[in-house]
Design a protein around this ligand. Sequence first.
Ligand code: GTR
Length: 325
Amino acid sequence: MKHFKTLATGVALAATLALAADAKELRGWNIHIEDYPVSIAMESFAKEVAERTNGDITMKIFHNAVLGDQPDAIEQTRLGIIDFGEFNLGPMGQAIPETNVVSLPFIFKSIPQMYRLMDGEVGDKIAEGMRAKGLVALGWYDSGARSFYNSVRPINTPADVAGLKVRVMNNDLFVGMVEAMEGNATPMAFGEVFQSIKTGVVDGAENNPPSYESTNHFEVAVYYSLTEHLIIPECLCMSTKAWDALTPEQQEIVMDAGKKSAELQRGLWQEREKLSMDKVVAGGAQVNTIADKAPFQAAMEPVYAKFMAANPDLTDLIDLMRNSD
Ligand code: GTR
């Protein structure tokens, strides 16, 4: 009898463990601080998925890049070590060529055009490329337009970039972009930029207003020049390994919650951009607009020429983007 009881307890324990294994908590990567639009939208995604799956899928999001730098996190998510994350498409380019089309300077004409193209054929094509490399795109988040900032001088023409040491995200395209204006580009982790500007390792970097503000880069690089040279969307995406382990019903819920979180994020983004601009100006940033962006666009010709020569299979996609309103 005693033996039977022990056996029964053992079976019950095994069942509980199996259940616990089934209801595994997914781990998510995020680079930003907790009150950032991306972070809020990710948390809302996790909450919705947990509710709609009755707690079968729970998620823990690690903010502030505590799970590692962005290029590493992309790799780890592709391999299924991290289950999901919210990534900028810029640093994805090294592994997923299709994502590079959005990292071409001035490729999008405006934020509304970026939304339209990402929610249509261009986004689908990029998602296909990501899928083949281990990532399932769940939603396209907004990351506004990136502009240069530095501690030396305001930028009004490409010649003003010459000689400046500029931190860029990890992608050869961005190195080429800065070098096309005779600046010195240094790829570096996001989390190292503040200290590097402060100590003069670099003179500046480039980013959108919320990132310029939330990282306090505006305190050490006061000249913010609105070149708006890059509009790079971001992706809430899941490792195909985690995705394949879901039931079709769960996949539908995750995909739907991803899309909804992107809508939420885009709204929050618009508000945050304004707040961030106000905050950096109040904090002493010297913001200047660019009277004529044409010289910057013209300076990017070698970047395009090199990219098109190396990626002939992406010509159609680039033409589609360039020819759309
Ligand atoms: C931010 C973006 C981050 C990261 C960062 C950077 O705008 O949201 O994912 O790419 O820029 O410059 O590294």
